[in-house]
Ligand binder design. Structure first.
Ligand code: MG
Length: 300
């Protein structure tokens, strides 16, 4: 299917002018319960995303527009990304782990516990060029059976973790979050943005050479809905999902633009051969439009 809706761009600051795109948005698929975790795979020209309550991952083929089931059951997968080798890395609520889909199709566990205790339900993940894997671990997948399996938290906190790309060691890099969620590196990877859904803000941290986070401060507060997934473009603007919209923030933290959608938005990803195609997962549907900006490369 490919019906369209009008693209409701709002310019909130003159600096957003020139950052818009198509006047219409394509609805590439509808029929999810809660769509999340869009990952564009440039080598295959497809997009994989999650339909968490239906415990499946779907795949949209850029060359034909066809949508099919990529994996089901899918461990109640949520957010995902590609690693340095182009392999799919997925957060799985149901298996309470971060997994990797190998080139041969097998799925291996990257991490499922910390200090001998099971993770809560990894939510979103990014990979740095040194191979380290950074992910958030709120409790949404264990709060009820809707998005995973209801259970008590063993760790008793909702942390942000880093898995070393060489040793595989997992460390806490953030322990003062309420519900950490989407995250994204600045283009030079010297900073990491992390959304805290319950705290209704995005913070920015400096990444140290040792792989820890320091100098955390609030980058943006939420004026509508709650923050979920975030991505950056090549100019350092932060595009964030919150409420029924994608919000664009200038690198100085000012909200400069808004793209309204007909349903609550969970996450987004820039894709296409030029990374100028914005994919948006929003409740029941997957949407897409061409923009006049380009997502930060590489697509991780
Ligand atoms: Mg999320």
């Amino acid at each position: 299917m490919n019906d369209t809706i009008s693209a409701e761009f709002e310019v909130l600051d003159d600096r957003f002018r020139g950052c818009e795109g198509d006047s219409t948005i394509g609805r590439l698929y509808t029929g999810c319960r809660w769509a999340e975790g869009p990952v564009y795979v440039p080598a295959g020209r497809y997009l994989v995303w999650s339909d968490i309550p239906n415990d499946r991952m779907l795949r949209w083929d850029e060359t034909t527009g066809a949508v099919g089931v990529f994996r089901q059951p899918a461990g109640y997968a949520n957010g995902g990304t590609l690693d340095v080798q182009g392999r799919l890395v997925s957060c799985e609520h149901g298996n309470r782990r971060v997994s990797r889909t190998e080139h041969d199709g097998s799925v291996t566990t990257i991490v499922d516990c910390f200090d001998g205790k099971r993770l809560n339900s990894p939510n979103d993940v990014v990979v740095r060029s040194d191979g380290s894997i950074w992910f958030t671990d709120p409790s949404y997948g264990i709060d009820s059976d809707y998005e995973g399996h209801k259970a008590e938290s063993e760790i008793g906190a909702c942390n942000v973790y880093r898995v070393d790309g060489v040793t595989g060691a997992c460390d806490v890099v953030g322990d003062d979050f309420v519900r950490p969620n989407g995250l994204a590196f600045s283009r030079d990877e010297s900073s990491l943005y992390i959304a805290d859904t319950r705290a209704a803000h995005i913070r920015i941290f400096t990444v140290t050479p040792e792989g820890t986070l320091t100098n955390g401060r609030v980058f943006a507060e939420c004026s509508e809905g709650v923050f979920d997934g975030i991505r950056l473009d090549t100019e350092g603007r932060v595009w964030a999902a919150a409420g029924p919209a994608v919000h664009c923030f200038h690198p100085d933290g000012t909200r400069i633009g808004r793209l309204g959608l007909p349903e609550p938005v969970s996450n987004l990803a820039f894709g296409g051969p030029k990374r100028n195609r914005l994919f948006i997962t929003a409740s029941t549907s997957l949407y897409s439009l061409l923009t006049t900006v380009n997502g930060a490369a590489p697509i991780r």
